[in-house]
Design a protein around this ligand. Structure first.
Ligand SMILES: NC(=O)c1ccc[n+]([C@@H]2O[C@H](COP(=O)([O-])OP(=O)(O)OC[C@H]3O[C@@H](n4cnc5c(N)ncnc54)[C@H](OP(=O)(O)O)[C@@H]3O)[C@@H](O)[C@H]2O)c1
Length: 271
């Protein structure tokens, strides 16, 4: 069952992407979506599609059956103070996409409310997110309802809450990691003869194809790599040189560095 009136508190990169995904996938009418931020003029693109844009969070949550918190971690406490009375009175389902803020922290301010954490990524705007969901085992029905909702905006799975940090790194930061690889491949393409636009197109479509090969076959990547690597051939030579230069090690170390940084994230102010 989809939600009728959806409110997104914090219309930044992720909040706006969620709203765009909901509109494009027609999960509800744009008129039933409300999104907030303090600088509302930055939400004109959504406003022009029929979404209600507001700076008053208290007003925005009125009558909603789904409220999504999408502000930065250090902004949540001030926001909760404002909206908790209305949420406690009206009892919508609350979803938080905020990194590092636990369900028990949210429930302290919202006792008796069904709270679920979700970790999507910005590809949600295209209905291609990977979203990890956790209700901390509290309300299985709510957790499943939220999973189904995000499942219409890409893939959505339920995980234990203690894995939310790992989900943040692979699923959310992962977009940036993949795009940096894409940039590197595209720049290499320029050095061996293509113009920037063509090189980017070849790179992006090749990565899309490689991704589908894995998603649809569920093969281990090495199995698909074996199909491309002729003995003494060009592909294996390039691949091995990348490994000599520390490719896999650099990716894994980068993931671990991001993971170890998560604990500091709540203290970080806007920059
Ligand atoms: N970006 C991602 O890929 C991603 C992925 C997964 C999870 N997350 C998590 O999602 C959250 C949002 O990330 P983001 O990248 O979208 O950050 P962001 O672009 O900075 O968005 C946060 C938004 O919240 C608004 N805001 C701040 N205080 C507010 C208030 N009191 N009322 C209403 N709006 C308020 C800010 O706009 P104003 O300054 O105009 O108010 C800003 O646009 C973070 O907790 C992040 O950890 C992000």
């Amino acid at each position: 069952m989809n939600f009728k009136k959806i409110t997104i508190l914090g219309g930044g990169n992720l909040g706006s992407s969620i709203a765009q995904g909901i509109i494009d996938k027609k999960l509800t009418n744009p008129q039933n979506i409300t999104i907030t931020r303090r600088r509302v003029h930055l939400l004109d693109a959504l406003k022009n599609q029929g979404v209600t844009v507001l700076s008053e969070n208290e007003k925005a949550v009125e009558g909603s059956d789904l409220v999504i918190f999408a502000v930065k971690p250090h902004q949540i406490n001030g926001l909760l103070e404002k909206v908790a009375p209305t949420i406690k009175a009206q009892k919508p389902i609350v979803v938080s996409v905020i990194t590092g803020v636990t369900i028990s922290q949210l429930k302290k301010a919202l006792p008796g409310i069904n709270v679920v954490r979700a970790m999507p990524n910005t590809a949600i705007a295209l209905g291609e997110s990977m979203t990890c969901i956790s209700g901390n085992g509290d309300s299985k029905n709510t957790e499943e309802r939220v999973r189904k909702f995000f499942g219409q905006l890409g893939e959505a799975i339920i995980i234990n809450e203690e894995l939310m940090g790992a989900a943040t790194v692979i699923g959310a930061c992962g977009v940036a990691f993949a795009l940096r690889f894409m940039r590197a491949m595209s720049q290499g393409g320029i050095e061996i003869g293509f113009g920037a636009e063509v090189s980017q197109l070849i790179t992006a479509q090749t990565l899309k194809g490689a991704t589908r090969l894995i998603l649809e076959s569920q093969n281990h990547p090495e199995k698909e790599i074996d199909k491309v690597t002729t003995p003494m051939g060009v592909t294996i030579s390039g691949l091995n040189e990348m490994e000599h230069q520390g490719f896999s090690s650099a990716v894994i170390k980068g993931l671990l560095t991001s993971f170890n940084k998560l604990d500091l994230v709540k203290l970080k102010k806007d920059n």
